[in-house]
Each structure stands twice: as C-alpha cells, then as structure tokens.
Design a binder for this molecule. Structure first.
Ligand SMILES: Nc1c(C(=O)O)ncn1[C@@H]1O[C@H](COP(=O)(O)O)[C@@H](O)[C@H]1O
Length: 154
C-alpha cells in the first residue's frame, strides 16, 4: 500500500506537502515526484505505466494552469487517479476545468481547487476499503471533526 503524489512543478511542492502530511497522519506511505505532461512527457507516461508494478495503489496528481498531468497519468494506468487543480492562475478555474472535464472512459476523480488535503483523505477512503486498521483511523478522524459543532450560547 503506497500512494504516489505527483505535482507539475517544483512551485507546487507546498501542495504535495499538505497531502503527504495527511497521509502521514494515517501512516500511509507515499512518494512525491515532480513530473509534467508538458515538460517531461516521456517520464510522466513511463511513471504512470510502471506505477502499479512499482507498488503504488493509487496516484494523486496536482497541477495548475493547463493541468493535463492528471489526465495524461490516468490515460496510462488503470490505478485510480485523484486530480487536484491548483490555483496557479485564473484562481484555478483553468486547472479545474482541465482536471474535471475528462472524456468518457478515462476518469479522474477531481477535487476542489487546491484540495490537496481532501485528495489525501479520499485516497485513505479508497485504501480503507481493504484495510480494517485504516478504516478505524478514518472513523476516528471523522469523529474528531465533530468537535466545536452544535448550538453556541454567545
Ligand atoms: N499543468 C502543468 C503541467 C502538466 O499538466 O503536466 N506541468 C506543469 N504544470 C503547471 O504549470 C504551473 C506553473 O509552473 P511553473 O511555476 O514551474 O512555471 C504549475 O502550477 C504546474 O503544475
């Protein structure tokens, strides 16, 4: 059980870090790579093709601007690909549409703009399907979200 976190540029590494921190909280191992469908197309495709053989269970791919990275990765693996559009320009709307509007047959699970943490949590949900220990941790995490909710007397 291992997650790959891909970002399109070194300038996106803060988002990779945010996702990696969530995965670490759940003790899910991950590896971070800077790969770009535009700047390093051959390496990106090779990474996606080898990902399953290299022990990855799923891939989180994040990119800003013309965010083709998640789609190109999805086109080259049948592992689940979670895409995160980043707000590198146009408040992230350009990347959102690039990640969300995949043609039928090659899906990418598109998170919110800059939704790196939710990408990691979604990855944990998928992995928890086959891992009772992880499922328990996820249930505890959801329980922790209740803190601070309810009626407030001001
Ligand atoms: N969208 C992509 C891809 C890709 O889709 O393969 N590769 C880099 N990028 C994005 O370009 C933005 C600007 O990158 P630079 O800051 O390096 O110029 C980044 O947000 C990156 O994700």
């Amino acid at each position: 059980m291992k997650v790959a976190i891909l970002v399109g540029s070194e300038t996106d590494l803060n988002h990779a870090r945010a996702a990696a921190e969530v995965l670490a909280q759940f003790e899910v191992p991950c590896e971070v790579y800077v790969l770009s469908a535009h700047r390093t197309p051959i390496e990106t495709i090779q990474f996606a093709r080898d990902a399953e053989r290299n022990g990855f269970s799923l891939i989180i791919a994040m990119a800003g601007k013309a965010a083709h990275l998640p789609g190109v990765v999805a086109a080259n693996t049948i592992l689940p690909v979670i895409g995160v559009p980043l707000s590198a320009s146009l408040n992230g709307f350009d990347a959102l549409l690039s990640v969300a509007q995949m043609p039928t047959g090659v899906p990418v699970a598109c998170m919110a703009i800059d939704g790196a943490k939710n990408a990691a949590l979604f990855a944990v949900s998928i992995l928890a399907l086959n891992n009772a220990d992880l499922k328990q941790k996820l249930l505890l995490y959801r329980e922790s979200l209740k803190k601070g909710s309810g009626k407030k007397d001001l």
